[in-house]
Design a protein around this ligand. Structure first.
Ligand code: ZN
Length: 236
């Protein structure tokens, strides 16, 4: 029986997205690996899409927060695939460390402080040793994908994004789109505000068309341009 396998699949692990992108040979690049303990969600979603675990070639972790690599160890074991992460954050995967990021506004600063006191250092995720440590721009051509990985620091020091030649961008938590009344916004947790804005400018300069955030729905780049101009007071 012929099963149509999608060019792209969004898997929602609760509040966080992960994406599968098909290459020229029908294999997949997986971007991010969800919350811990959700391997059954993953199995169900790929089965529904006619994708086998062995079809996944590589899992890229956009940044080492627990909601993006919590299920990585289970998925890697199932798919027997390689893992890539920025070299700055490889140690967090290798030690299974949960690190709560600082907030970027009053409310999230408070949440972050509480989170840090409860979780950091006390709970561990399954450790994963990544095969590929990203240090800079990386073409995805050898994976059969028309696109590249670029560094987009700000939410964390080692955040990376996937930029496809067709204008799609998978950006992890460089931007989020969870509150319908605000539209796409600046992440509510972040490491460095100036860096976030610089990385937004990178997306704009690369002529990205559609942004796929780690939380919430995809949105057009014009929303990001508008926010960038509002925050910086500079026209793009
Ligand atoms: Zn994050």
């Amino acid at each position: 029986m012929y099963v149509y396998r999608p060019e792209m699949l969004r898997i929602r692990f609760g509040a966080v997205n992960s994406f599968l992108v098909k290459n020229r040979d029908g294999k997949y690049l997986m971007i991010d690996a969800g919350y811990p303990g959700m391997i059954n969600t993953f199995k169900k979603k790929i089965a529904e899409a006619g994708i086998l675990p062995k079809d996944i070639q590589l899992i890229l972790i956009t940044h080492a927060h627990h909601d993006h690599f919590g299920c990585l160890s289970d998925i890697k074991e199932l798919c027997e695939c390689n893992v890539a992460v920025h070299e700055y954050e490889a140690h967090l995967l290798q030690t299974g460390t949960i690190k709560t990021p600082p907030g970027t506004n009053l409310a999230t600063k408070l949440i972050s402080k509480i989170g840090q006191s409860f979780t950091d250092g006390q709970h561990k995720l399954e450790a994963v040793d990544p095969e590929i440590k990203i240090t800079g721009e990386l073409s995805l051509d050898s994976l059969g994908i028309d696109g590249k990985i670029i560094t987009t620091p700000g939410h964390t020091e080692g955040s990376v994004s996937v930029i496809m030649d067709d204008g799609k961008a998978f950006v992890g938590d460089l931007a989020m789109n969870v509150f319908p009344w605000t539209g796409p916004i600046y992440p509510v947790f972040g490491h460095n505000r100036q860096q976030i804005l610089k990385s937004w400018k990178k997306l704009i300069d690369l002529n990205v068309d559609l942004v796929y955030p780690g939380h919430g729905r995809a949105f057009g780049i014009r929303h990001l341009i508008r926010k960038y101009e509002m925050i910086t007071g500079k026209a793009v």
